[in-house]
Write a protein of this length. Structure first.
Length: 229
């Protein structure tokens, strides 16, 4: 059932399949396992965009939002989502947003080899074409638990991202897992707590109070280079 709630801010959580979108939504909600279902298999996932009504508790406030987990835009390459199905998903997402988006949250996997072509394709689709550059976008880099400090990923890659026109209102490098239990404790417990605070603070600091709303009926079709028949 679509979640359309007036006067509540919508955030779009997007990125390639398997980068950790569900895990980040669970971190925002403060429930590591229960809010958004986590799949270890990028091919075993819902085909439709899913909205979760959550409250993000930061150091200074509690922020009610609907976090939309957007189907991975690269999933047609894996045979899990056809181009037509992807188009329908994005059209329904736009219709379900009600008041429109207030923030874009771009998730990338820091432990993967940097693929600037895929990064730019996803960035341009959501930031430039669908939202026409009118919605703030933040970057959340998962899989940084083995970096010391975790922000090293950004230090290495910031110049490359800027060179490809990938600019963000803010970023955070995190781990979205507590890791295995060793000697009675999770290996990455400290890093996880730091990540949880960081990602909540980043969202709370950048989400717009007033959403961006477009009257363009064909924005999705135009963004995907297709026309409605």
């Amino acid at each position: 059932m679509p979640i359309t709630i007036p006067n509540i801010r919508n955030i779009l959580v997007f990125g390639e399949a398997g980068v950790g979108k569900s895990s980040v939504i669970n971190m925002l909600a403060g429930s590591p396992y229960d809010t958004a279902k986590i799949s270890d298999d990028a091919t075993n996932r819902p085909l439709d965009n899913v909205g979760y009504r959550i409250t993000i508790k930061s150091t200074s406030s509690s922020l009610p939002v609907v976090a939309w987990e957007v189907t991975g835009v690269n999933e047609e390459e894996h045979g899990t989502v056809s181009p037509g199905r992807k188009m329908n998903n994005l059209r329904r997402l736009r219709n379900n947003l009600g008041d429109g988006p207030s923030l874009l949250v771009y998730i990338v996997q820091g432990s993967w080899e940097l693929d600037t072509r895929a990064l730019k394709t996803n960035y341009d689709l959501f930031v430039k074409h669908i939202c026409k550059g009118n919605v703030p976008v933040i970057l959340v880099v998962t899989g940084c638990e083995n970096e010391s400090p975790m922000n090293n990923w950004w230090i290495r890659n910031e110049r490359i991202l800027n060179a490809h026109g990938l600019r963000y209102q803010g970023h955070v490098c995190i781990t979205s897992t507590r890791g295995k239990i060793k000697d009675g404790e999770h290996v990455f417990e400290e890093e996880y707590k730091e990540s949880e605070k960081g990602v909540r603070r980043l969202v709370a600091d950048n989400v717009r109070e007033k959403p961006w709303v477009t009257d363009e009926r064909r924005v999705v079709e135009e963004s995907l280079g297709q026309k409605e028949h």
